[in-house]
Design a binder for this molecule. Structure first.
Ligand code: 0RA
Length: 629
């Protein structure tokens, strides 16, 4: 008969709680949770190794639902516990968090799902057996669902020390179809071995398949393992530092590929979701490399964090006193204080390392700069791709009043300044072959604006023009077969603003669609300056000289002169008759020389030279009007 004293009731209640809400202790009761039972026992043995008392752990999956973990540590203490009057091992196996009471283990895994104590494994096992080799004897005790089913017995002698735990997860807690998966166990054990160079881990799968994980070079072995098949650009950088109770280990190397692969660990737990330690590392790397780039190179563009990690393989392992695990799978380090500690430690180490290893520094800097360059090139290509798709006829703007004919040579595009003139042109045109695109006021705020491609292309009016013409922009990418009009006609007012606009458009064509100019497809419309009405007769004059000559020759007949200040003053019929009708209009074909001239004037207009600009503005109307008509 079991004696229920006050303590055993309290213990029973503790382990009862574990069985009632197992997820609170091991995360869940799925496959993942079931494997945590193995991890928990292994972690205890690893603690023993980290304390320096154990150098080998044997893990075997005995069958689908039985695992055995054996270590050569000191063995769980067996003496009668002074407070509880029972063997210490029984206290450890039946009391929550008993382990911590025995020793001050500062790096002991806590928080998250680890470090809950082997009593939790015991509570959730339908069969649990512990064997302890200690003090020359071999001890044994068995449990079921957290309760002892035997006393701690001496079953033999032992000339070694250690602990062996064999358990089977409880089928009342874990579904029967779940089984231990060698792959899951193996990966974890190998990680532990990489992170504990002094430790040999032997893993035996069910079918007697044996793995020995022993990596005396620790972080370097880990890095080389992860980096298998890659071509490293330099000798790996490996270091260990300790600061404020935080132990930081890092190994890293750049490869000749583009993948970034950073593994991070906290107290040997793989922090798949990263966290503050990873942030600290990234910040330090970005900083150190940017400092060198600024100091040692002429590179002007920004090096981003991502640039500094292109082709980088790194393992970061930290050991900290009270880790807080967060995130979906509780594999993200939450302790905010760790970022700064990791950042400053790595910053200091890497700065010194690179200054003492100029060869490595050069290789890294070259790699990072080339990453930045290809990033910039890729972005440019993407932008170009985007702008090109905006600039094709598939993207025709609503503002364009298109023509109906498919005869490209015959078709004409009128680019018209102002909504009202645009309206008249749309009404007055021959819609079979004449298309009208009206521009709202100034197409670009050209003052002080640099004629840079990206700036120009961000302007909606310009985009519309390019899309309407159809051939795209830039010498190499022009597609003449996509030309949508045989004639491109610029139709602006005969004033300063009008000249600005036609100058800008000519410059645009000259710089981005030179083919149009070279093949003589660009024209300036010549709207009349004056209308003279005599009785029923109306005549239009396109220059002062023309008008003067005419007026000299008419007798003292009555006439009425109108001077047009803008296209908008003409109605649809007048605009057709004077400027658009191929039978009666005058078009000025733009030659390469004209375009070069316009481009020069445009530069003057944009330049900071105020005097040149003043002269230009005074004379620019002349530029348009001076063209021989
Ligand atoms: C409590 C105290 C000591 C060791 C252990 C527990 C211990 C637990 C496990 C679990 C698996 N293997 C283990 N090895 C040791 C300290 C013992 C001492 O002071 O001698």
């Amino acid at each position: 008969m079991k004696k229920y004293d006050a303590r055993s009731i309290q213990v029973l209640k503790g382990l009862e709680g574990v069985r009632k809400r197992p997820a609170m202790y091991i995360g869940d009761t799925s496959e993942r949770g079931m494997h945590h039972l193995i991890n928990e026992v292994v972690d205890n043995a690893v603690d023993e190794a980290m304390a320096g008392f154990c150098n080998e752990i044997n893990v075997s999956i005995v069958d689908d639902r039985t695992a055995c973990i054996r270590d050569n540590g000191r063995g769980i203490p067996v003496g009668i516990h002074p407070e509880f009057g029972i063997p210490a091992v029984e206290v450890v196996l039946t009391t929550l968090h008993a382990g911590a009471k025995f020793e001050n283990k500062i790096y002991r895994i806590s928080g998250g799902l680890h470090g809950v104590g082997i009593s939790v494994v015991n509570a959730l096992s339908e069969r649990f057996e512990v064997e302890i080799a200690r003090e020359g004897k071999l001890f044994r005790q068995t449990y079921e669902r957290g309760e002892p089913t035997s006393k701690l017995e001496v079953i033999g002698i032992a000339d070694y020390t250690g602990t062996k735990i064999t358990f089977s997860p409880d089928s009342e807690i874990f579904k029967k179809e779940l089984s231990f998966k060698p792959d899951i166990v193996r990966i974890r054990l190998q990680e532990i071995a990489f992170l504990n160079p002094q430790l040999r881990i032997v893993f035996t799968e069910k079918e007697h398949k044996k793995h020995i994980f022993y990596y005396p070079k620790g972080m370097l072995d880990f890095l080389n393992y992860v980096n298998t098949g890659k071509k490293a650009l330099h000798k790996p950088i490996v270091f260990t530092e300790e600061k404020k109770n935080v132990k930081i280990e890092l190994s890293m190397v750049y490869n000749d590929d583009y993948r970034e692969n950073i593994l991070t660990f906290v107290n040997t737990i793989n922090t798949h979701e990263g966290g503050s330690h990873l942030s600290g590392f990234k910040a330090a790397l970005t900083r150190v490399i940017n400092d060198i780039v600024k100091r040692e190179t002429k590179v002007k563009f920004n090096i981003t964090g991502e640039d500094t990690r292109e082709g980088l393989t790194a393992i970061l392992s930290v050991r900290i006193p009270n880790p807080q695990f967060e995130g979906q799978t509780k594999t993200k380090l939450g302790n905010s204080e760790i970022k700064g500690i990791v950042e400053s430690t790595i910053n200091e180490y890497l700065s010194t390392y690179f200054s003492e290893h100029p060869k490595e520094a050069n290789i890294v800097i070259e790699k990072v700069i080339s990453a930045a360059k290809s990033r910039l090139a890729a972005r440019k290509a993407k932008e170009l791709e985007r702008s090109r798709s905006l600039l094709t006829a598939d993207n025709l703007p609503g503002k364009l009043a298109d023509c109906s004919s498919n005869n490209i040579d015959e078709n004409e595009l009128f680019i018209v300044e102002g909504e009202s003139a645009g309206g008249s042109a749309k009404q007055g045109r021959d819609r079979r072959f004449q298309a009208v695109l009206s521009l709202r006021g100034k197409i670009l705020n050209i003052e002080k604006a640099k004629l840079r491609l990206d700036k120009i292309l961000s302007n909606n009016e310009i985009k519309t023009i390019i899309a309407s013409i159809g051939i795209g922009i830039n010498e190499e990418e022009l597609n003449p077969e996509k030309l949508r009009y045989g004639k491109i006609v610029i139709m602006t007012d005969a004033d300063v603003d009008g000249s600005h606009i036609s100058t800008l458009l000519l410059t645009l064509f000259y710089r981005l669609m030179r083919l149009l100019i070279e093949t003589g497809r660009v024209y300036l419309a010549q709207p009349p300056l004056y209308r003279v009405k005599q009785r029923k007769q109306t005549r239009y004059f396109y220059s002062d000289e023309e008008l003067e000559a005419y007026l000299k020759n008419i007798n003292d007949e009555k006439y009425q002169i109108t001077r047009y200040k803008g296209l908008g003053e003409m109605d649809a019929e007048q605009l057709w008759e004077t400027t658009m009708n191929p039978e009666t209009r005058i078009l000025k074909r733009i030659s390469m020389e004209d375009a070069v001239e316009a481009d020069k004037l445009f530069s003057v207009l944009l330049g900071s030279d105020v005097e040149s600009r003043r002269v230009f503005i005074k004379e620019n109307a002349k530029f348009v009007r001076n063209l021989d008509v």
